[in-house]
Design a protein around this ligand. Structure first.
Ligand SMILES: Cc1cc2nc3c(=O)[nH]c(=O)nc-3n(C[C@H](O)[C@H](O)[C@H](O)COP(=O)(O)O)c2cc1C
Length: 181
């Protein structure tokens, strides 16, 4: 059976790698729908994801849907699994607090209990080492549905070097595949 994957995209420099992740998923016969935060559209345009998935990209909680369904509920029910890559420090804190102030955070909150969410945080090392970010990660790690792939060490887009890099799309794909088995 074809698996349905919701891909959430936050406003981080590594969102260019999410294009390749989406391409890999589509190529390997997953059905993919992409939800972008408004800020993330400043990094990669919705047109890129729309072209890769041949589906509309979801941005807005309140926009009318084609079939009259309530978007955040129908998307949450549609998904067999969800991956958020990159997950910004900002959206991480919102999810950890249960905030629902945009389509992505609202869908995450509305996902059924057994739907797994693979979180791919990526940020500058100082952000990653911020104790509040650490607290949010630990809080989500305690909840079974969240699986966190920690950022890797190396050169960061801002020119610093340290832990913060988003893993390569192939690694994220392999983890996602094992979750959806
Ligand atoms: C050039 C640039 C790169 C950024 N990269 C990151 C990043 O990699 N990780 C992160 O957590 N925030 C990053 N930010 C900050 C986020 O874009 C900002 O916190 C934003 O409000 C997140 O919005 P969202 O969570 O709604 O997507 C970056 C900002 C800029 C201007």
């Amino acid at each position: 059976m074809k698996k349905n994957i919701l891909v959430g995209v936050c406003a981080g420099i590594s969102s260019y790698k999410t294009c390749e992740l989406v391409r890999l998923l589509v190529k390997n016969n997953f059905s993919v729908k992409v939800i972008m935060t408004e800020n993330s559209t400043k990094f990669v345009t919705p047109l890129v994801f729309q072209s890769l998935t041949q589906c509309p990209v979801y941005l807005d909680t309140f926009g009318l849907s084609d079939c009259g369904s309530i978007k955040h509920i129908s998307l949450a029910k549609w998904a067999h699994a969800c991956v958020i890559a990159p997950l910004s420090a900002n959206s991480l804190s919102k999810i950890a607090q249960g905030l629902c102030d945009n389509l992505l955070t609202t869908v995450v909150c509305a996902l059924p209990k057994n739907t797994k969410v693979l979180l791919i945080p990526a940020m500058n090392e100082n952000m990653w080492n911020n104790p509040i970010v650490g607290e949010n990660i630990r809080k989500l790690e305690k909840i079974k549905k969240y699986i966190i792939l920690p950022p890797q060490k190396g050169e960061l887009a801002c020119g610093d070097s340290g832990q913060g890099r988003m893993p390569q799309p192939g690694e994220i794909y392999t983890t996602l595949k094992s979750i959806t088995k």
